[in-house]
Write a protein of this length. Structure first.
Length: 457
């Protein structure tokens, strides 16, 4: 048996060839053939009495294939242990120079596309020097805003029949694009908007007053909004869709909900406090603590995003393009995507690979590993997030455990969780080891900055 690695200079793409002679596996194949023959049943023969030549006719291909796979798996594993070559997984089968015939061939050559990972240098000082770690300061108005929200959350809710001039009235409106004959356009804009009445523009607010639940009415967006950009912002739609939209729209009042604030008293403290606050002072202290914890999490989240962006920009890493092309094709073989989507997905695919290699090398240098309990904790967080996204805020523990058990059955899910844990721990280690410039900002300033820097989030 022979293994060769064909590589063009320092190119990270390579072709691995595994050559196995039939003689290398023949003894094991024959041994298994005799064993399997004892279990065979064919018409005209008692069990175990099928002639060896006939058994070989039926079983030889299958047994040779299995033994070749076992031999190759062990040989490849041993080869990389011995050579200490770091490579990307999985290795991808290539088309052999000539077709393989399991019946007649006495030597088999299996080629594989391989992506080799070379060590690369990371200059943290140069890469991360301009990144700031924001310290979000808490003001009294931030605490009061959170308390007002809790008062609404735990206040009384009613569902009026008509829109009255009340700032606490919450509406869900449906906007449907119409043609010039006031008919619904088959592929036109259909969008819902959810807001408190006092958040609507004065013109639309005036137009809404007196309207009943489920009532429908027509309007002209060019008369209501100062321009198409403000209309786009209002509906949260693409610029092109807003610019091309017909001016006529039908509006339906889907939901009217009036939420009156709860009093700031012991009853609210019991419902909204996790630490069993007994008075307003304790309640405010808990709210401050919660906001501080949230702010720290948000600040770290942006710091980690900035670290990733900076390392991706500055680290000089040569990727095995041929290997990645083949892997991308394999993983997307069943997808129906056009050329533009394919090009975009291929770009993101390569970026994910680049980042995974960078974070893997840093994790190794800092001896970062994912522990079993950390992976389990990450799984719980992930599953609770999924429930939350589907509107289930307090799922039963049995539901969570069942979902968790099913989720962890897939090896790919465990790998995904492991990568998340390692990535977050590695970024935290970078945060602790590197002295980032700190800057104090208000919550409003931080949110504005976050939106500018990371609009995709």
């Amino acid at each position: 048996m022979e293994i060769t690695l064909n590589r063009d200079g320092l190119n990270p793409d390579a072709l691995l060839k595994v050559s196995i002679k039939l003689a290398d596996i023949e003894e094991e194949v024959n041994k298994r053939l005799k064993s399997e023959k004892q279990k065979m049943t064919l018409p005209g023969f008692r069990k175990g009495m099928v002639p060896l030549s006939l058994a070989k006719k039926y079983l030889w291909d299958y047994l040779v294939k299995e033994e070749l796979e076992k031999k190759m798996e062990t040989a490849i594993e041993d080869y990389f242990k011995e050579t200490q070559i770091d490579y990307l997984k999985p290795i991808i089968p290539a088309i052999p120079d000539k077709p393989i015939d399991l019946k007649t061939d006495t030597e088999f050559v299996f080629p594989y596309y391989l992506g080799i990972v070379e060590k690369f240098s990371i200059d943290f000082e140069k890469s991360l020097d301009k990144i700031k770690h924001y310290q979000i300061e808490i003001e009294e108005k931030d605490i009061q805003k959170e308390i007002d929200q809790l008062c609404f959350t735990y206040g009384d809710t009613s569902y009026p029949d008509n829109i009255e001039d009340d700032d606490d009235l919450y509406l869900i409106l449906g906007f449907t694009e119409l043609n010039d004959h006031d008919e619904e356009m088959e592929e036109g804009i259909k969008q819902k908007v959810s807001k408190y009445l006092n958040d609507f523009d004065k013109k639309l607010r005036t137009l809404l007053l007196g309207k009943a639940k489920d009532e429908e009415f027509m309007l002209n967006i060019d008369e209501l909004f100062k321009n198409r950009e403000s209309f786009r912002e209002f509906l949260k739609i693409e610029k092109l869709a807003a610019d091309d939209a017909n001016a006529r729209f039908k509006v339906k009042v889907h939901t009217l909900m009036l939420r009156k604030k709860a009093e700031l008293n012991e009853d609210l403290f019991v419902k909204a406090s996790r630490k069993e606050a007994k008075n307003e002072e304790e309640f405010r202290a808990e709210i401050r603590e919660n906001i501080a914890s949230h702010n720290e999490s948000q600040s770290d989240h942006m710091l980690f995003s900035d670290i990733q962006e900076a390392l991706m920009e500055h680290v000089n890493l040569k990727l095995p393009v041929v290997y990645l092309d083949k892997l991308f094709e394999e993983e997307n073989r069943e997808k129906e995507i056009n050329d533009s989507e394919k090009e975009n997905e291929r770009k993101h695919f390569e970026e994910r690979f680049r980042w995974s290699l960078i974070i893997k090398q840093i994790a190794q240098e800092k001896n970062v590993e994912a522990k079993e309990d950390e992976i389990l904790n990450e799984a719980y967080q992930y599953i609770y997030t999924l429930f939350y996204q589907y509107g289930v805020f307090n799922p039963a523990q049995e539901q969570v455990e069942k979902f968790l058990a099913d989720f962890l059955k897939k090896e790919s899910n465990i790998r995904y969780l492991n990568e998340r844990v390692v990535t977050n721990k590695t970024l935290a280690a970078i945060k602790n080891d590197f002295k980032f410039k700190e800057k104090k900002v208000s919550i409003e300033s931080f949110n504005k900055l976050h939106k500018e820097k990371h609009p995709h989030e």
